[in-house]
Ligand binder design. Structure first.
Ligand code: SF4
Ligand code: SF4
Length: 698
């Protein structure tokens, strides 16, 4: 796993009255235990991976409480876990990254939402929306509406988030519907504190099992004819029950303000951003006291018509701050006001953009536009407009002063085992011509950027067949959706499986073919064996750093007359994980006085011609350029910087692509043995006698 969570696990043990300090997503983890959750599961993905990572590391604590934890192979299997709450009074929570994870889980979620639940069912969604996002920009809101699941979007401060986790379980139980909680990237990673409560032992758990035989109730199956009753229950029973609970428990908040002929209706998760923007316009103070009343929707679905009407009545205009498209909330508010014949003008998309993240800058402009349109009595609108201009103008001025900055596309880590595979593809394409490449989700998607620019489409995690998917994607979806379907349909593609040992992009979590697991030993599932058992005949396992062999294997796969799926397993441990492991091992060896070798590559300045073909075939961040030390040559030369991990790709590329011989390899030996010391002495002596600098040899 990417990092240790020992300190965070300790925080999960805090008892009543103690202060929890940490990230939003870890506060959620603690809140689950305080709420008496019986089981937790999920699939890793930013920004909610830490929830599951911490739960996995807190095995002792959870075992003591009787909480069952599962790291699921995809979001569908995580959603299916919630089936335990359909028939039994068990509180369960699962987590994943949305929208992609919710798409994968959609079938199970529909089948869960239709019969409804007895025990509280909570889905923590990492709403990966906005400038830092890594997935398609869609909203989870649509799923809430279509399946009658409630969507909580808590105001991003730790006490509110924690309270909303507990209330979400109660809401689920009161209305018999699953509840989703969306947490944006910033909410997950913001830090704060809250006063903890004791962890609650679940009423029923692995330590205290429910008595009696398994419950059979036909009405709890998502199956005709009961689905017709379930549809009615969703609309006629569960929805009113949810609205009543939200109203009675005051889950939404109204922040009063001086200029009460106008108001703002905001998704809970955007409250802090709105208050900050109002502060920049001198319409709120640093403690969040606003001059304009704000209705904070900690539950964004369902809306509570009585609350909407009460907030909007007697206002000339309200601004709906709803990030993303379509404007589901704005439309519902308009409908509600028209139904109640309330003439408040609704602003939203128009003064605010229809798409994109509502950053501080966007909100400042939108709020200024709203007050300019509504002109609250007593408010100096010209001054507000001036402040808005001043607040956003400096950015343009700074951009002008700095000039155009070069693009910095994300790329593989230094020494990544996946990079050489794309180098090999580029080399193979020189001979076989361009090929269509269906890329997949994972680190290898970086190959779509320069210098490789390989990958014609990306369809989803594990959906790429052919041509390249990671081992994480293979187990997530690729095995069934890709491989089995291809074999069944007698396809003729080439699949490259990047076997790096972890789901690396999300923090090196273990998966079925990892060499270790959270229980210690290897899970024992093998990609090659699995593929062979399905009937894959053409299968090669190639060390990913062997560029020449990889290029040759690719050409063979493309040219062979043999029909059917051809699989190349590119084998090489994730370098990030390897470096963490090797660093610790080397430190231990050095402490014992044992020999440690660190391999580095370098470029000889005098030989390098400065054509940079090595960089175009590698893209390693440690292989860069520097000014040419030769005053008679102006082209910068290639150079390898200190961060090189000595993966060997430089040497392999120079060899496989028949590049210039400027690359050299150096082994830096700590605690060398006597023979190596002697050879070093001898080399220095000979070079010194020949007139060279002895220091040049190490
Ligand atoms: S995390 Fe691992 S697999 Fe991903 S880019 Fe870095 S080294 Fe490569
Ligand atoms: S050997 Fe080359 S490709 Fe590998 S880490 Fe060093 S500079 Fe990067």
């Amino acid at each position: 796993m990417e990092r240790s969570f020992k300190r965070e696990v300790e925080a999960l043990r805090l008892g009543s009255g103690e202060v929890f300090r940490g990230e939003g997503i870890l506060a959620v983890t603690k809140a689950l235990l305080q709420a008496g959750v019986s089981y937790v599961g999920g699939y890793q993905g930013a920004p909610v991976s830490h929830l599951l990572d911490v739960m996995v590391e807190a095995e002792d604590l959870l075992g003591d409480l009787g909480v069952h934890v599962e790291t699921c192979t995809n979001e569908a299997s995580a959603a299916a876990m919630l089936g335990a709450s359909i028939n039994y009074p068990l509180r369960g929570a699962v987590t994943w990254k949305s929208i992609v994870g919710t798409n994968v889980a959609a079938d199970a979620l529909s089948n869960l939402a239709s019969p409804g639940v007895l025990g509280g069912a909570l889905i923590i969604l990492g709403e990966d929306y906005g400038e830092g996002a890594s997935v398609i920009q869609e909203r989870s809101y649509a799923y809430a509406m279509k399946s009658s699941m409630w969507l909580v979007d808590p105001r991003p401060d730790l006490p509110t988030i924690v309270t909303m986790v507990e209330k979400a379980f109660e809401l689920s139980e009161a209305s018999h519907a699953p509840v989703m909680m969306e947490l944006r990237i910033r909410a997950c990673h913001m830090t704060g504190e809250f006063v903890a409560k004791n962890n609650r032992r679940p009423a029923y758990s692995s330590r205290n099992r429910i008595e009696g035989p398994p419950r059979f109730e036909y009405s709890r199956l998502a199956h005709p004819p009961v689905i017709f009753t379930q549809e009615r229950l969703k609309v006629e029973d569960r929805l009113p029950a949810a609205r009543a609970f939200i109203r009675e428990q005051k889950l939404n908040q109204v922040l009063p303000g001086l200029y009460d002929e106008v108001g703002i209706i905001v998704m809970g998760g955007l409250t802090t951003s709105v208050l900050r923007a109002l502060k920049r316009l001198e319409l709120a103070d640093i403690f969040g006291e606003s001059l304009i009343p704000i209705y904070v929707l900690n539950v964004v679905y369902p809306l509570v018509p009585e609350e909407v009407r009460a907030f909007c009545a007697n206002k000339r205009g309200v601004l709906v701050v709803e990030e993303g498209s379509p404007d589901y909330i704005e439309q519902q508010i308009n409908v509600e006001l028209r139904r109640a014949d309330i003439r408040t003008k609704v602003f939203g998309k128009g003064v605010l953009p229809a798409t994109g993240e509502y950053t501080s800058e966007v909100l400042i402009k939108g709020l200024a536009a709203f007050v300019a349109e509504t002109r609250p009595i007593g408010l100096d609108v010209t001054a507000v407009s001036g402040m808005a201009l001043a607040a956003v103008d400096h950015k343009a001025a700074a951009a002008k002063a700095v000039g155009e900055l070069p693009m910095r596309p994300p790329t593989f880590c230094t020494g990544c085992p996946e990079r050489p595979v794309f180098t090999a593809i580029k080399l193979a394409q020189r001979e076989v011509g361009p090929t269509h490449i269906s890329a997949d989700i994972g680190c290898h998607a970086f190959a779509t950027f320069a210098p490789f620019s390989l990958g014609n489409s990306i369809l989803g995690y594990g959906m790429s067949l052919a041509s390249a998917m990671g081992d994480g994607g293979f187990w997530h979806n690729g095995l069934i959706t890709g491989v089995t379907s291809n074999l069944f349909n007698k396809g003729d593609g080439i699949l490259i499986v990047m076997q790096n040992g972890y789901t690396s992009a999300t923090g090196q979590q273990y998966m079925p073919s990892s060499k270790a697991s959270r229980q210690g030993g290897a899970p024992g599932m093998d990609i090659e064996q699995t593929l062979r058992s399905l009937g894959v005949k053409w299968l090669r396992n190639v060390r990913s750093y062997s560029v020449g062999t990889m290029a040759k294997t690719l050409k063979e796969a493309m040219r062979t007359a043999e029909r059917g799926l051809k699989v190349i397993i590119a084998d090489g441990e994730c370098q990030l994980a390897r470096q963490r492991r090797v660093r610790a091992e080397d430190a231990a060896r050095l402490a014992r006085g044992a020999r440690v070798v660190r391999t580095r590559f370098g470029v000889d300045d005098e030989i390098c011609t400065g054509d940079h073909s090595c960089i175009r075939l590698s893209g390693c961040p440690s292989l860069t350029v520097k000014p040419n030390p030769d005053p008679l040559r102006t082209d910068p030369v290639a150079t390898v910087i200190e961060s090189c991990v000595g993966c060997g790709l430089c040497g392999e590329v120079a060899h496989a692509a028949v590049l210039c011989p400027s690359f050299y390899r150096a082994d830096l030996i700590r605690n060398p043995h006597i023979g190596e010391r002697f050879m070093h002495w001898l080399r220095r002596l000979v070079i010194g006698r020949l007139g060279g600098r002895a220091e040049a040899v190490s």
